[in-house]
Design a protein around this ligand. Structure first.
Ligand code: SAM
Length: 276
């Protein structure tokens, strides 16, 4: 449980804090909402939780009420550190790191498996997700608030308008689903767009770093020219021959190829480059 704390709005006022656009700051001040997100993210069973961008700490308060073990915060805006310190009950459970989540090494923040939970700053949300999916550190699970369009791109299936690189990379590593939708009005100040929370759980076996790199090259080329047939969008990587080696119809377009098809293309690219 958290010790006695004033409502978050009062904490913000007491510290004279206003949201800054350059940090992508849109706050959740309603604890009923942040508790719901923490419930979707858990159960944590005592595992560590890393929260990126705690801001005024609405989600942090919910995490501190949960069954999380250590709660580790990474916040780039130094103005919030004194306010976040007030959430510390002195038990040693809360750690506050002032820094850029794009640069921190998560393995150095938490020992053992850790969950990532964040109401992400929208301007770096996709870059952070790619870092956590393809980097050397593997989270136990991720529960992340994105703008709705990005959330839809993460969970999209072949044939969906939103299907593209982000869906393929995300789903190569994780099982991903949208667990909650939030209107812009739920945030202070409200952003221009609606939001959604995505819960991602890594598969028991995930592609290695080299395979993910090849998958990134293939999806960048294939979806970079999504209206073209793969024989031409993948020309630089082997075109029709690569498709045939992967058992993929060269006249197909990227939007109909499922994850397994892209993994076969990555495999064929590996074989092709080894024999070159
Ligand atoms: N979690 C809070 C909430 O739900 O009310 C704030 C969410 S706000 C959308 C995003 C937060 O991420 C802000 O506190 C912002 O300062 C912080 N932030 C922005 N860029 C960051 C980065 N690169 N690394 C760490 N924190 C960042």
């Amino acid at each position: 449980m958290t010790h006695d704390l004033p409502p978050i709005r009062e904490s913000l006022e007491a510290h004279g804090l206003l949201a800054r656009k350059s940090f992508g700051q849109h706050f959740l001040l309603d604890l009923n909402v942040t508790r719901k997100i923490a419930r979707f993210a858990g159960p944590f069973d005592g595992r560590a939780v890393i929260e990126v961008g705690p801001g005024p700490g609405g989600l942090t308060r919910a995490l501190l009420e949960s069954d999380a073990g250590p709660v580790i915060l990474v916040e780039k805006d130094p103005r919030f550190i004194p306010l976040l310190n007030e959430l510390d009950d002195g038990s040693g459970r809360l750690s506050i790191v002032e820094g850029d989540a794009l640069k921190v090494r998560e393995a150095e923040l938490a020992t053992g498996p850790a969950h990532l939970v964040s109401n992400l700053p929208y301007n770096v949300g996709t870059a952070l997700l790619i870092k956590w999916l393809t980097g050397p550190w593997r989270p136990h699970a991720l529960t992340l608030m994105f703008q709705k369009e990005v959330a839809e791109r993460v969970v999209a299936a072949p044939g969906d308008d939103a299907y593209g690189r982000l869906a393929v990379i995300s789903q190569a590593v994780c099982e991903a689903r949208i667990v909650m939708h939030l209107p812009a009005a739920a945030f202070t100040p409200p952003p221009k767009v609606a939001s959604a929370v995505v819960h991602l759980v890594p598969h028991a076996e995930t592609p290695d770093a080299a395979t993910l790199k090849r998958l990134e090259r293939i999806t960048a080329a294939a979806f970079g020219q999504r209206r073209k047939m793969l024989r031409s969008s993948l020309k630089q990587l082997g075109g029709a021959a690569l498709c045939e080696a992967a058992g993929i119809e060269p006249d197909a377009r990227a939007e109909v190829i499922d994850l397994d098809g892209f993994l076969r293309l990555a495999d064929a690219l590996d074989r092709q480059e080894r024999s070159a």
